[in-house]
Design a protein around this ligand. Structure first.
Ligand code: PLP
Length: 388
């Protein structure tokens, strides 16, 4: 079989591989604590599930427009207008099966071979993977612990060239839990506007913030035209397996992103979109309850990690990840993460699963119960004691 050259440039998301390995160990009778995957352990709120069941019973089981059901697009437009304080209309919304396709489609639609895309590193691995897959040049901007894992806007300015087509930002951030400040976003917006660069703002964790407030780069004057907001239901409403997300962008781009959807998924499932309408318009107390629980877990995991010798851990302000510094242990992150899983029975990810600047770190997801987090921490401490 002669594969297309581009296949050699396609990366992956290690979390799924580690999850598979952890499941394999469980099948062999091992007990594993799962701190690898970024997925809320809560059930989807009942009102949302009921809306999906009702929709199925009502016959929402057919194709629908590629950009999404008109009601769903309208609901999202209103929700994004209210939460970001901008004016969005339904033609600017494209609904997709999960938020990930927005990443894929937008990079495909905007990046020519040789174009440069600046993206956070460490960062969500699919950014780098898709940029390279389409033949673009992936230009990492390093997020440093000493800068609270925020990107340095002076450095960003230096990385911009005449070939820069797109800047990707993600706040709150996976894998570090860092958030960009209003001033950071303002500086990024100034760069994008002065150099005519589009911004993909991955705001999937915008509702999971413990300190501070979410700011969207789209709110700065002139930026709505330049921004694609990526958001979805997976994290906020514990709906990872439903595959429901969306992008908000200028109308002319939305038409093309919908065309990419026609060429791939055709459309997003109809009954899940009906459930999505209920998620955004129904009661939000479950979201508040989940966020309060994540905050408690964050405090437990940060305190626990900081009490383990040779580990340092910043307190993240959002999302449900911690990115502890393990440099004092002296092992490569990948070797260490493998050892922690195989020897200790705790599934974690190497910082390098999020790019080369993740070396020296591991990522733990605290989307798990406090009981499991405590168990995982205790096993982690015992395992690390074996490394002299
Ligand atoms: N963006 C970031 C930063 C993520 O961490 C994830 C999921 O892990 C996604 C996007 C994708 O979300 P979805 O499951 O809706 O495709």
């Amino acid at each position: 079989m002669k594969l297309a050259d581009r296949m050699s440039r396609l990366g992956t998301e290690t979390a799924f591989e580690v999850l598979a390995r952890a499941k394999q160990l469980e099948a062999q009778g091992r007990e594993i604590v799962h701190l690898e995957i970024g997925e809320p352990d809560f059930d989807t709120p009942r009102n949302i599930t009921d809306a999906a069941i009702k929709a199925l019973n009502e016959g929402w089981t057919h194709y629908n427009p590629s950009a999404g059901l008109p009601d769903m697009r309208e609901t999202i437009a209103q929700y994004v207008s209210n939460t970001r304080n901008i004016k969005v209309n339904r033609d600017q919304v494209v609904v997709t099966p999960g938020a990930k396709p927005i990443m894929f489609f937008c990079i495909l639609a905007l990046v020519n071979e040789g174009d440069e895309v600046i993206y956070p590193n460490p960062g969500f691995p699919i950014y780098e993977s898709v940029i390279e897959f389409v033949g673009g040049k992936a230009v990492p901007i390093q997020l440093r612990e000493e800068n609270d894992f925020r990107l340095d806007t002076d450095e960003l300015k230096k990385l911009v060239t005449s070939k820069t087509k797109l800047i990707i930002i993600n706040s709150p951030h996976n894998p570090t839990g860092g958030i960009l400040t209003y001033d950071d976003l303002k500086a990024i917006a100034d760069i994008a506007l002065s150099r005519d660069i589009m911004v993909l703002a991955d705001e999937i964790y915008s509702r999971i913030i413990y300190e501070g407030k979410h700011h969207s780069i789209s709110t700065f004057p002139g930026m709505q035209e330049k921004t694609i907001i990526l958001d979805g239901f997976s994290k906020t409403y514990a709906m990872t397996g439903w595959r429901l997300g969306y992008g908000v962008m200028r109308e002319d781009l939305a038409v093309l992103i919908a065309k990419l959807q026609t060429n791939s998924n055709s459309c997003t499932a109809s009954f899940t979109q009906r459930a999505g309408i209920e998620a955004l318009t129904g009661p939000q107390d479950e979201v508040a309850r989940m966020d309060a629980e994540f905050k408690k877990r964050r405090d437990v995991i940060v305190e626990g990690l900081c009490s383990i010798p040779r580990i340092g851990c910043k307190t993240p302000s959002g999302a449900f990840y911690v990115f502890p510094n393990v440099k004092k242990i002296g092992w490569e992150a990948k070797k260490l993460a493998d050892y922690i899983l195989n020897e200790g029975g705790v599934a974690v990810l190497a910082g390098t699963a999020f790019g080369k600047f993740g070396e020296g770190y591991i990522r733990l997801s605290y989307a798990n119960s406090i009981e499991n987090i405590k168990k995982g921490l205790s096993l982690l401490e015992k395992t690390l004691q074996k490394i002299k």
